[in-house]
Design a protein around this ligand. Sequence first.
Ligand code: NAI
Length: 386
Amino acid sequence: MTKLSWGLVGGGAGSQIGPAHRLGAAVDGEFAFVAGALDHRAEEGRFYGRSLGLAPDRAYGDWREMLAGETGRADRVDLVTVATPNATHFEITKAFLEAGFHVLCEKPMTMTVEEGEEIVRIARATGKLCAVNYGYTGYALVRHMRAMVARGDLGRIRLVVAEFAHGHHADAADADNPRVRWRYDPAQAGVSAQFADCGIHAMHMASFVTGQEVETLSADTVSCIESRVLEDDAMVNFRMSGGAVGRLWTSSVAIGRQHGLSLQVFGEKGGLRWAQEQPNQLYWMPLGGRLEVIERGAGGLSPEADRASRVTVGHAEGMPLAFANIYRDMAEAIRAEKDGRAMDPAADLYPRAEDGLRSMAAVFAVAASGKAAGQWTDARPPMFRD
Ligand code: NAI
């Protein structure tokens, strides 16, 4: 089996998310890293690319050079990951899709709902894969939760409680640090800070696990550090397409919380609880039963969870391996397309451009509702309204 070839835009030396993408793409031997425009500074990007083993003519100085270079090659990359800062996602993703490349874009996919709709239209028109890196849905036990809900173990879902609360921007003395300040500046961050950065992961996970979309929401947004224009904390109530009631808390001032992503799902027949900092255990309480700990890698889990696990039970799998599951799904989708066959349904779980668009609509709904004292607001993108 020949490897697929993979290119990365962004993720330069010292970036936060670049290493997780390189690990995730490489883990299963599906992708060879062959091209990159890794840095906003051309020479640094070329140098870093070469230091990671890229051929000199594929260690590009910027993404436009990479687009031109790869478009002209017979052995062009099969997949391009966009891991640059948020405001650049739209134009880079659009350009690569239009040139016929499959794309995995970091979240948030775009800065506006209109741009999100345009990406969805382009992906549909070109037939290219466009995924959004809600990489935490790649955890085996998150996929197992989804499978348990889908097969009816919980019965009708009543409640979903999602959190993504950390404390890394809680120091008021640090609020003017340029590395922190831009995140709360509307000119650079858009209409929302903490919800757009972290809340959308938790909201997307609630949809992924329940199979229901967020339809309406009411948000209480606040800047706990008063000099901030955009919110550093939000509590969002929402209603989902299948009748589930959602509660979501996101914060960047929750001192003592680290990554702080968790999901609880409560149905008529039982409840599930999972937290990203202990991702190898899932807590399942059947109605009238006893609390069970479901271990990742144990026998008898769903095909989706089995496919997403690599090491045996008792050995922890972490975040880069969750990202690796997004890459593995995409590799299966690309290979199925090349071979003219249907893809493995257990792999058909990577988040799509449509999910990125839904998140953007939710971001704008949270910002609007927050300004309107929590008024209930339609959270669906216009193109998905009836
Ligand atoms: P960062 O600031 O640490 O790194 C950004 C990298 O992109 C740098 O190497 C920079 O030189 C490069 N870059 C900037 N503009 C570029 C351009 N025009 N062309 C090529 N390279 C360029 O940022 P970080 O934290 O790695 O975030 C990148 C993206 O990943 C953001 O959109 C962020 O929201 C997302 N992210 C997603 C996470 C997830 O869990 N899915 C977690 C952390 C970040």
